[in-house]
Design a protein. Structure first.
Length: 219
């Protein structure tokens, strides 16, 4: 299943959120599945969902709804032109809440991940809604480390290239180290590369996707 729609949030009444949602084509009656929220980078902003097709988890799950044998919903919103994910977090949370009502989503297994601008958005979503997400996996992102105490109970796997010229490695190092200093459980994988793109390796060369699907919120 591939669903393409627009959602009008009460938090953002003038700018609808356009999104894709994928699910296995053979979704079984009574089956509940985890959901991964994937936040793209700055280059995919706009109002054309086709821009999402070539990057990150969007590319993988739009081509194969059960990529790698992973049965899940994948939510791929599109950030409007001129905005960043950090300004959209309440609308995104509103969107997820609406989808949980419509689809058999396991509310204890809702993960968030993203790349570059979406990596920053991943940190921000996790910090703003502590206890809502089961885990977070930011790629080449960063955030406000003075707020990381909110992440102390959240499993986190972050990824970054050492020589990233777009988002300095320090942005991830700072968030991970402060989270752990607060008693958190964050890991950072550093690739010995100058590429900004660390996400392809994270999503395809590690167990990140099944790891995200296996995490559950603490009750």
């Amino acid at each position: 299943m591939i669903l393409e729609e627009s959602f009008l949030s009460s938090y953002q009444p003038r700018v609808p959120v356009r999104y894709c949602l994928t699910a296995p084509d053979d979704l079984k009656e009574g089956e509940t599945l985890p959901l991964i929220l994937f936040l793209h980078g700055a280059g995919e902003r706009g109002n054309d969902l086709k821009l999402l097709h070539g990057t990150g988890l969007s590319k993988l799950f739009l081509e194969n709804r059960t990529y790698g044998g992973n049965r899940c919903f994948v939510l791929m919103p599109q950030c409007p032109d001129g905005m960043v994910w950090n300004t959209q977090i309440y609308a995104l949370k509103d969107l997820i809440d609406s989808l949980v009502i419509r689809f058999p989503i396991d509310v204890e297994r809702i993960a968030v991940t993203g790349l570059s601008m979406g990596g920053f958005g991943t940190w921000e979503m996790a910090i703003t809604f502590p206890g809502f997400f089961s885990c977070a996996a930011p790629c080449c992102g960063g955030g406000m480390s003075w707020r990381c105490d909110a992440l102390r109970n959240l499993p986190i796997r972050a990824f970054h290239s050492r020589g990233d010229g777009s988002v300095p490695l320090f942005c991830s190092v700072d968030m991970v180290s402060v989270t752990n200093a607060c008693g958190g459980h964050a890991e950072l994988t550093i690739y010995e590369s100058n590429d900004h793109n660390c996400w392809d390796r994270a999503y395809t060369e590690t167990d990140l996707i099944p790891w995200m699907l296996a995490q559950r919120t603490e009750k």
